[in-house]
Write a protein that binds this ligand. Sequence first.
Ligand SMILES: C[S@@+](CC[C@H](N)C(=O)[O-])C[C@H]1O[C@@H](n2cnc3c(N)ncnc32)[C@H](O)[C@@H]1O
Length: 283
Amino acid sequence: MSDAPTHDWNGDSADRWAANLARLDLMLEDFGNAAIAAADAQPGNHILDIGCGSGTSTFVLAKQVGPGGHILGVDISAQLVGIARAAAPVGAPVEFRCADAATAPLPAGSIDLLFSRFGVMFFDDPVAAFGHMRRALKPGGRLAFVCWRGAQENDWVRLPMAAIRDFVRPVPADPEAPGPFAFGDRDRLTSILANAGFTDIDIAPFDTTISYGRGATREAAIDDALDMAFQVGPLARALADQPDDIRNRAAAAVRAAFAGQPGDTSVLIDGAAWVAVARNPAA
Ligand SMILES: C[S@@+](CC[C@H](N)C(=O)[O-])C[C@H]1O[C@@H](n2cnc3c(N)ncnc32)[C@H](O)[C@@H]1O
């Protein structure tokens, strides 16, 4: 088993994420909205958006808290923080910091809500990281985030990976290693949050159909989905070091898998996430 981190958020992973921002926002929108609904941000709230990336969720939350509130977006990727800063609407109550949320100095006891859209699964020591961030919450303050369930429950990963399994054998991943699917096991996630000091933990499944890729016609949509899968995500990582003949065979196989999915101007494919909420104990 490889010990190398799956993601380099100040290198290749950030480059790939930045190059596919519009597609990824389309793919993640419903999941983010589910977490934002669970977060129930109130006017005047002070919020920390963990692993905020290019700031999509930060800007939605900023509208909810209004001018009396404040959102601090923290992300370890200098490139994505730069994109977020450049995209911030004039006058929005947002601030972005490039830092490791697991260790960055945070104002103690001053935050109403810790929020994240798919930005909390990459910590080497998740109990320590969540404990550190919890201490920034006011007594009784809340945590709300969305993260993926297991890869086998997510057809946008399972189908393309199954399509290439006869000729590419990715190194089996440790399901608990930092990475997109690290919190697939609900019991493990519950115990991470409990050990980090949270109470009132509620982890609910959220399933939706993802619009994976887009195009004016069905063929164009399938091509776009294939291009996206080759650029970002588990398939892209599995094929990164493969020779051209294998990549060509993989492209044909994955295209056929996507062509079996419904959709006219998009490939419609199932996604499965957890929406987790929890609370910092009252003083
Ligand atoms: C899957 S992306 C999600 C980005 C954004 N929340 C969104 O939904 O578009 C994961 C993000 O977490 C960030 N990240 C990973 N580890 C981090 C850490 N230790 N501290 C802060 N950000 C981190 C990455 O740089 C990346 O922007």
